[in-house]
Write a protein that binds this ligand. Structure first.
Ligand code: NDP
Ligand code: A1CAB
Length: 257
């Protein structure tokens, strides 16, 4: 199977590194960016969107939303109709891609940077021209990215915030813990090491032992102790509302793209 990637930035590069194909055909606006992949023996660097489209069976669109229309326009000019187009672009729906390209086999995925290590959840939504056999083939292809879930397009925006934006939110929260630890005298390197272990362990308790959030808080908070003092301060400043609001704002922005 030949895979095309249009736009080899953060997500396109990750797809190139993680997916399995007989050959890859790629194009990127800034060609120099592709230098680092030149050692890949199944990589073909192309000059145009048209060349990638013509030579590939499945074509991933991985440009930013502001650049997608120019790519769809180039695809529209081609007269080959039996290809599968998989868009990673936030806020461009299946119908619009179909209309702008004049092609039928359209799929959307919402990738996550966590696929770099084969983790995270990538959601996929198919238009109604894709039959079950093809769906299975596509999900199988995508499985090297991590967990794949099929969802309806109506749910894609919410899933985007949860699985694709969250690594950025979590990174900010983790950084705050490290800064907090440095502020009470722990060296950054040590703080990072200890906090990463603490984070992994907390997730294990919540996930594997199925301990409820509130139960875990109670287990750790001694009456009149230090933990409840910290929780009280965080709650007083509205930490939960702040995070919930951030998620909602992201979602609203996504809906208006
Ligand atoms: N980053 C993330 O975590 C996620 C991103 N997405 C979606 O993935 C898509 C890609 O995002 P991301 O990888 O972060 O963006 P990047 O800016 O890192 O990559 C986009 C790439 O597209 C190239 N490009 C732009 N226009 C063209 C064109 N006309 N022809 C060929 N190449 C072009 C750019 O080239 P140049 O080198 O010149 O800039 C750049 O390398 C976006 O639509 C985004 O919504 C979805 C979920 C998560
Ligand atoms: O921030 C963005 O717009 C993209 C989509 C989700 C993650 N990155």
């Amino acid at each position: 199977m030949n895979i095309g990637i249009i736009g080899v930035g953060t997500i396109g590069g990750m797809l190139l590194e993680k997916l399995r194909a007989d050959s890859f055909y790629v194009v990127n606006r800034t060609k120099e960016k592709l230098e680092k992949y030149k050692g890949m023996n199944n990589l073909n660097i192309c000059d145009t969107v048209k060349e990638v489209y013509n030579k590939s069976d499945i074509i991933f669109l991985a440009v930013k939303p502001q650049n997608i229309d120019e790519v769809l326009y180039e695809i529209r000019k081609t007269q080959i109709f039996n290809k599968i187009i998989i868009s990673t672009v936030a806020g461009k729906d299946l119908k619009e891609i179909q209309e702008k390209t004049g092609k039928d086999g359209i799929i959307r995925i919402m990738p996550t940077i966590l696929s770099k290590t084969g983790n995270g959840v990538t959601s996929v939504t198919f238009n109604d021209t894709i039959n079950n056999k093809l769906k299975e083939k596509i999900i199988n292809l995508l499985s090297s990215l991590g967990k794949i879930v099929e969802i309806t397009e109506a749910n894609l925006n919410a899933f985007t915030i949860l699985s694709s934006s969250s690594p950025a939110f979590i990174s900010l929260i983790v950084e705050s813990f490290i800064d907090g630890a440095v502020n009470i005298g722990i060296k950054p390197k040590v703080a990072k090491e200890i906090f990463f272990e603490t984070l992994k362990g907390t997730i294990k308790l919540l996930e594997e032992e199925k301990i409820e959030f509130s139960a875990l808080r109670q287990m750790v908070s001694s009456p009149g102790g230090v933990t409840i003092q910290g929780l009280y301060s965080m709650e007083k400043r509205g930490i939960k509302g702040t995070i919930m609001e951030g998620i909602y704002e992201s979602y609203q922005k996504m809906n208006n793209m």
